[in-house]
Design a protein around this ligand. Structure first.
Ligand code: DC
Length: 227
């Protein structure tokens, strides 16, 4: 039997990664954070001093990039970029913007496609991103499109960054979120949009526990109807 895949797509700050991690733990699935792949390419591009919007320049770097996803004993995903663990380095606002830029480059998306698909070939996965249900895993048995208002997403992201000790302001986070939304939705390749068969889930009015409840309910319903 082919492994089960749950695709969670949506804009940044909708709670995808936290909820996907919780769901993976509950189901015993592997959680695949695909944004971390784009972030790793973004970090590498910044380090090489190449403009993250320069399509040819970034494409020319790809042969030098080796990205590996590893999972530690607790099932936490680690990103290994050319042998270096960059899992924490890819979480800064600067790398977020770089990731958004490089993710609009077709060569980058093609470069990362197999890594993502291979995970779903081998394991039961819950994978989050922007185009998982539409492009990466169009045959995923369950697809969820997670949203929340931009202000609510900025509030959540701001809190998260502050807890990590990253210096920033709410206004800056909101501006970044709106800019990234625009980038991610307007690009001509794999734009952020729900798959026709995705279940929409708006978490603006829900805290984490309630949102987790909604996700579990969607999965229960889909499973009860046969995958
Ligand atoms: O989910 P995230 O914030 O870590 O993603 C970083 C950037 O990568 C985001 O701006 C959009 C892009 N991305 C993408 O284009 N496709 C994915 N499957 C995941 C992320």
């Amino acid at each position: 039997m082919r492994p089960i895949a749950i695709a969670i797509d949506g804009p940044s700050g909708a709670g995808k990664s936290t909820l996907a991690r919780m769901t993976a733990k509950k189901l015993g699935f592997i959680y695949v954070d695909t944004g971390a792949l784009y972030r790793s390419v973004g970090l590498y591009t910044l380090r090489r001093g190449v403009d993250t919007k320069d399509r040819e320049g970034v494409a020319a770097l790809l042969p030098d990039i080796d990205i590996e996803m590893r999972y530690d004993d607790r099932g936490v995903q680690r990103m290994i970029l050319n042998g270096e663990d960059v899992s924490d380095l890819i979480r800064t606002p600067e790398v977020s913007m770089a990731a958004s830029d490089v993710s609009a480059i077709p060569a980058v998306r093609a470069f990362l496609l197999d890594t993502q698909r291979n995970m779903a070939r081998k394991y039961n996965v819950i994978m989050d991103g922007r185009d998982i249900g539409t492009v990466v895993l169009p045959d995923a048995q369950i697809k969820i499109f997670l949203t929340a208002s931009p202000a609510e997403r900025a509030r959540r992201r701001f809190r998260e960054l502050r807890e990590k000790g990253v210096e920033t302001s709410f206004e800056e986070v909101l501006r970044d979120i709106e800019l990234r939304d625009r980038n991610d939705s307007s690009r001509d390749i794999a734009p952020l949009r729900p798959a026709p068969d995705a279940v929409m889930c708006d978490t603006t009015e829900h805290d984490l526990e309630a949102s987790f409840g909604l996700i579990c309910e969607i999965i229960r319903e889909r499973t009860a109807n046969g995958l």
